[in-house]
Design a protein around this ligand. Sequence first.
Ligand SMILES: Cc1cc2nc3c(=O)[nH]c(=O)nc-3n(C[C@H](O)[C@H](O)[C@H](O)COP(=O)(O)O)c2cc1C
Ligand SMILES: CCCCC(=O)C(=O)O
Length: 330
Amino acid sequence: MNPVHADFFAGGAGAERTLRGNLAAFDRLRIVPRVLRATGDRDLRTTLFGAGLATPILVAPTAFHLLAHPGGEAATAQGAAAAGTVMVVSMAATQPVEVIARAGGPLWFQLYPQPDPGFTASVVKRAEAAGCRALVVTVDSPVFGRRERDLRNGFTELPAGLVCENMRDDTGRVRDIAMDATAGWDRIGWLRTVTGLPILLKGVLHPADARLAVEHGVDGLIVSNHGGRQLDGAIATIDALPAVAEAVAKRIPVLVDGGIRRGTDVLIALARGADAVLVGRPVLDALAAGGATAVRDRLRELTAELDHAMALAGARRPDDLTPDLVAVAG
Ligand SMILES: Cc1cc2nc3c(=O)[nH]c(=O)nc-3n(C[C@H](O)[C@H](O)[C@H](O)COP(=O)(O)O)c2cc1C
Ligand SMILES: CCCCC(=O)C(=O)O
């Protein structure tokens, strides 16, 4: 891959403290296994918004897959479908959502609410018509993060021929993705008038926001710091998760992403209160290395690692994973 694009995928904001912190936080946590639990064959099937998945490991929304592989987002969708899980399609995808939907599914669609409500509504309706089954509203990006690698590399626009295909308006013009620092909770209420899809908020870290989200009728949360690409210095997601899960008290599904690289990381996240996890860079790395097949294999490998770790920790189903199975290393 072009090293400038590799830096875009791997990099974070500022001094990359949060990027590193997501991984370092897992290094400080240890599993306290149970024994003689007769787990037999484990059952990793997970239900989210009425849909059954083979695994609680989903594909996080990430931009510009055509920079990683000529198969683009369609290849990722094919890999996710073969692994029996959801791919969240980024609003910054380089292929049309209709093309991605033909390659795989189930899909959810990630949205940055745009300042133009008519255009925002048209993007949501388009994703819904293409078959996306949930809307993931990214709320950690009122302004764009300062990615110093990209600034140093001068990575300010996509190579010729690549565009954000889902940003076309009805004249066919491709709009720039705007970050909107004027959005408040009323924006979520407005989105509710636009779509009947389940609405998840992605980028919640504070338990007070988790409570507000439930009060505003949000259907699910993703505890995320955008893979360390937005607010550098933000808390590691696995550290933020317990307080958010407690605030939500199982009223709506809570998902988490950031730094999940092993099945044991997934186990810890589920034990700390997540209903499912998402992975970003592991999927991008697999996509770059080997397209749809490699994406499928990477997701299956993480799932097999989770299955193995659950057997060793005495859990048969994700629901058996409880907070007492995780300790902070001394
Ligand atoms: C290259 C890249 C592009 C991303 N693009 C988006 C995006 O378009 N929308 C979004 O909500 N999050 C985006 N994210 C954040 C991911 O959805 C996710 O929060 C993060 O990658 C999880 O951390 P991980 O990479 O350690 O698994 C992006 C992340 C990366 C690495
Ligand atoms: C305008 C593209 C935004 C992609 C994104 O969210 C990221 O790179 O983290």
